[in-house]
Write a protein that binds this ligand. Structure first.
Ligand code: SAM
Length: 225
């Protein structure tokens, strides 16, 4: 008999704990049909992000890496009707699909999609006289992870929750990557991010390894001091 796989267990957990939501799945399907890569968070991780936003009482969330708005929708649900999500995306097609999906979920009023390179958007946000963000989810180009964390700290306040996705990459994070390859640069970006989390006195961090429908990976969790 075949051994159960992490995907089988994810399926069981989704079915037993919350069920697949037709609207969320429709958004995912729309993104895949529009040709977007299948690199959104898994269902359980999406729900996890929503719960984390709720547990931390986040009202203002910053997301770096929108894709088709799948994790954005979970976060927007997590902040509730009075909350707000600012999400950064540089591919106009991704932003358009995300906008459609958020509208279909009637949650678009809580979300501001900023189109452009996230570093530029974060710079612009620094100049805006807004309240600090309560939670930041980093899930974009790995190369800039360290910069995104530094900026998330600056855009946050003591107590701001920072989540960084994909910090394990099947263990590749253990060794510096080859800077001549994209995957090597990604690993190096994550290692930079982990260095920032481990050395910046303004954050207290840890990370969890995960297995699931998307293989062996993990996320870092930090709180701004
Ligand atoms: N958080 C999404 C979800 O779970 O549904 C998945 C995000 S996907 C892993 C990464 C996204 O970041 C892609 O849509 C990509 O176009 C975008 N991206 C990559 N580099 C970026 C940059 N420098 N600025 C803004 N967006 C970027």
């Amino acid at each position: 008999e075949a051994k159960p796989s992490p995907s089988d267990v994810d399926k069981y957990l989704v079915e037993s704990l919350h069920g697949s939501e037709p609207e969320m799945e429709a958004g995912r399907k729309h993104a895949h049909e529009a040709g977007l890569p299948h690199i959104e968070v898994s269902e359980t991780r999406g729900k996890f992000l929503m719960l984390l936003a709720q547990i931390s009482g986040a009202r203002r969330v910053l997301e770096i890496g929108t894709l088709g708005g799948y994790s954005t929708t979970w976060l927007a649900r997590g902040v509730g009707p009075d909350g707000h999500v600012t999400t950064c995306e540089y591919e106009p097609l991704h932003a358009r699909v995300a906008a459609d999906n958020l509208k279909a979920s009637s949650i678009d009023g809580r979300v501001d999609i900023r189109i452009g390179a996230a570093l530029d958007t974060l710079d612009a946000l620094l100049a805006e006289p807004e309240e600090p963000f309560d939670m930041v989810f980093i899930d974009a180009d790995m190369e800039n992870t360290g910069h995104y964390i530094d900026l998330a700290i600056t855009l946050g306040r003591p107590g701001t929750v920072i989540v960084v996705d994909n910090v394990v990459r099947e263990g590749a994070v253990l060794e510096p990557g080859d800077p001549l390859t994209e995957s090597g640069r990604m690993v190096n970006g994550i290692r930079d991010g982990i260095d920032v989390l481990g050395s910046n006195p303004r954050v207290d961090a840890t990370a969890l390894q995960t297995v699931g429908s998307k293989g062996w990976d993990g996320f870092a969790l930090a709180v701004v001091r």
